[in-house]
Design a protein around this ligand. Structure first.
Ligand code: ADP
Ligand code: MG
Length: 465
């Protein structure tokens, strides 16, 4: 029928606009690498902030003792207690608790948010057993993973540049987030020293390096997306401090804010951005990360409903609700292998109150998920390839041993659970590397790196060393 043809036209046009042929991905990678240079050259020199982390020593594997970590990422935060046993024993044990953040705290006040976190931490500390109390005269030490852009002032202090991922707490912007946490800890009477303030990418890098010395970068694909990597201190013109002994400095790229004319953007992306809490910002993040993928799919389906009566004469009311279709649900539909696509059918029914869908319609919904996921996955691969280019690790140099391994530590719920996204990202990276350094670039899942990594960095920066 004419409606069906019209709906197919909408999907086809969307697919064309989302296309990421390999040539385009190479342009994106080149742009990423150029912006990395610019962001390192001067403050404000690029959309990429290329933040200096003050981490100039990654864990060696020798770290020992009991450390706490707090991981504030997006929708949840976690408190961890990690027992490190040094070179021989590694991570002896870890306990953690996950707490969800009530939505009203994400847009309230700094006092309320940090108060809530401090209370949860105090409760967790209270579960210490006799063997896990700190030795007499020593304070508990904490690594704080705070996954928003921060201008670090030292390893254990930094001011919030801006919120992302649905957070908007105005009175915290420009404040030292460790100061805010310390005040809240005092209010609940918890005596603890905040030893390291890190981004989740840096935690993941540290966690990855603890197990594998070839880890050179970390990428998060979760609610948001970001990357960090190890840079030569000499290659950071904007760094005027003393050169670290290691000669290295970890850089938090804040790549979620990357944008380039080579990135394919559609009318749906522009509308999503314009209606977001942070219009014009985090464009890379808005087409790659878990917070947004399902929302893009919803917008395409809505257009098909409105302009081609795809779901019948009436536009399903629920389909108009922003963010109602979450990425885990999109992923569940995308992975539906049942002959009658019953997962798609039940998701459409339960979430959007759309019933009586035909098999043909369900297939179109899956195709739409596939288009959105593939664009995000392929662009993340291009981002990683851009980092390899910046480091000169995209090609085996002449005369050099071809054995140099580059391991990228990956973490985040999207990477972990969205199998098709992950597979597409990995195969695209292989495609980009091509003949360059096949086999020498390895993606490793750094499970829970951001939490353990913060504990490791608290250990390597302990005030009792
Ligand atoms: P954060 O980024 O908030 O620290 P995570 O790394 O745990 O948290 O990632 C959570 C995000 O991962 C969710 O917001 C969601 O977008 C995505 N996610 C979680 N589970 C799935 C899933 N089954 N399929 C696809 N994406 C998922
Ligand atoms: Mg996280």
């Amino acid at each position: 029928s004419g409606r069906w043809a019209k709906a197919m036209g909408i999907v086809k046009e969307f697919e064309e606009k989302c296309a990421t042929p390999i040539g385009k991905l190479r342009q994106v990678a080149d742009a990423m690498s150029i912006e990395m240079h610019a962001g390192l050259a001067s403050e404000g020199g690029s959309k990429l902030k290329m933040l200096i982390s003050y981490v100039d020593n990654l864990p060696s594997g020798e770290e020992e003792g009991l450390f706490y970590a707090l991981d504030l990422g997006g929708t949840n935060f976690r408190v961890l207690r990690v027992h490190l046993g040094g070179r021989e024993k590694g991570v002896v044990s870890q306990e953690f608790e996950e707490v969800s953040i009530p939505p009203h705290l994400m847009t309230g006040t700094s006092h309320e948010l940090f108060g809530y976190i401090a209370e949860a931490l105090a409760k967790f500390v209270a579960t210490e057993t006799a063997g896990s109390h700190p030795p007499p005269g020593r304070k508990r030490e904490l690594g704080f993973t705070f996954s928003f852009p921060v201008r670090q002032l030292s390893i254990a202090s930094g001011t919030l540049i801006k919120w992302t991922k649905g957070f908007s707490i105005e009175d915290a912007v420009g404040e030292d987030v460790v100061g805010e946490l310390v005040k809240a800890l005092e209010r609940v009477g918890l005596d603890m020293h905040v030893t390291a303030l890190v981004n989740d990418t840096i935690g993941t890098l540290a966690g990855g390096r603890f197990y594998n010395p070839n880890v050179i970068a970390a990428v998060i694909l979760g609610t948001g997306t970001n990357a960090a990597y190890v840079e030569r201190a000499q290659a950071i013109p904007k760094w005027h401090g003393p050169l670290p002994k290691s000669g290295e400095m970890v850089i938090n790229m804040e790549w979620g804010n990357f944008r380039s004319s080579h990135i394919p953007l559609t009318e749906y992306d522009h509308a999503l951005d314009a209606e977001s809490l942070n219009p014009g910002e985090q464009i890379f993040e808005k087409i790659i990360s878990g917070m947004y993928l399902g929302e893009i799919v919803r917008r395409v389906l809505l257009k098909m409903a409105e302009e081609a009566a795809f779901f019948g004469d009436e536009v399903p009311a629920k389909l108009r609700i922003p963010f109602i279709l979450r990425t885990p649900d999109m992923s569940a539909m995308h992975h539906d292998t049942s002959p009658d696509l019953k997962v798609v059918s039940s998701k459409l029914k339960d979430i959007l109150e759309i019933s009586n869908t035909s098999l043909k319609m369900r297939k179109v919904v899956i195709d739409t998920c596939g288009i959105v996921a593939a664009r995000g996955a392929r662009l993340s691969a291009a981002g990683i390839y851009g980092i390899l280019k910046k480091l000169g690790r995209d090609n085996a140099k002449e005369g050099e041993s071809k054995q140099e391994k580059s391991v990228i530590a990956l973490d985040g719920g999207l990477f972990e659970h969205y199998t098709k996204f992950r597979a597409c990202m990995e195969s695209t990276l292989k495609e980009l590397i091509g003949e360059g350094v096949p086999g020498n670039v390895v993606i490793e899942h750094s499970n829970d790196g951001s939490g353990i990594g913060a504990a490791l960095l608290a250990a390597s920066h302990s005030q009792y060393l």
